[in-house]
Write a protein that binds this ligand. Sequence first.
Ligand code: OOG
Ligand code: MG
Length: 268
Amino acid sequence: EPGGTVQTLEPLRSVDSIASQLLRAEAERTARAPLTDAYPELDIALAYRIQDEALSQRIERGENIVGVKLGLTSPAKQRQMGVSAPLTAWLTDAMTLPAGSPLPQDLLIHPRIEPEITFVMGRRLAGPGVTAATALAAVDRVYASLEIIDSRYLDFRFTLPDVIADNASSAYYVTGPVGADPAVLNLPLEACLLEVDGQLAATGVGAAVQGHPAEALAMAANSLAERGHAIEAGWIVMTGGMTDAVPVPRGTTITAQFTHLGSIGVTC
Ligand code: OOG
Ligand code: MG
């Protein structure tokens, strides 16, 4: 029966072509309407298949996985984006911005910056059943970081499946100067001041991220396990913006100062 054929083949073809469309929007710096405008039936499982297919395409063109990121883990971010559940996405070496490098605005659509606490894994971490304590025990070092996000959707308007498919608006990340032993820090109390052109723009603490950034790390391990992935030794895990993200038009200077994890500056 022809209808049956269309129903089984169409979604498979779409995963490929939607992943390609999102990567093309990124390469061509053209924001587009959210997928759910045209495909309201897009669900979380299919969205992660699009995200994973886009990762495969990145790997085919020579990028290497360096870790994972969580998104929408803090009340500030959830409120700002109007999406009330966290997600995971992939980080590759093409997203690394070396400390001191200016932001490559020519490659971006409408970038925003957000401060995050980032882990570097000493050991492999695989769900299910990972707790914050077991997650933290697998961490080697903790860093301050800034993430530069750049949604491929017009005006950063999206639903949870849209932003999952778009690899959580990934663009670039910068890591701070201090790699601390997580055992010697009180991560919920680690604070951050975010300054835009020398003016205080936002403040946050580690507790904003799921109560403790290690809770976010455990959540990432457990949700990746549902899709057959582990967090590998040596990977970085960005735990999600602690504050609202701030827009960074060309010419903006951003500084994030952390209590114990040092300061990061980015010229945008
Ligand atoms: C989605 C990405 C969210 C975070 O840290 O919460 C994210 C977005 O806000 O565009 O990276
Ligand atoms: Mg982020």
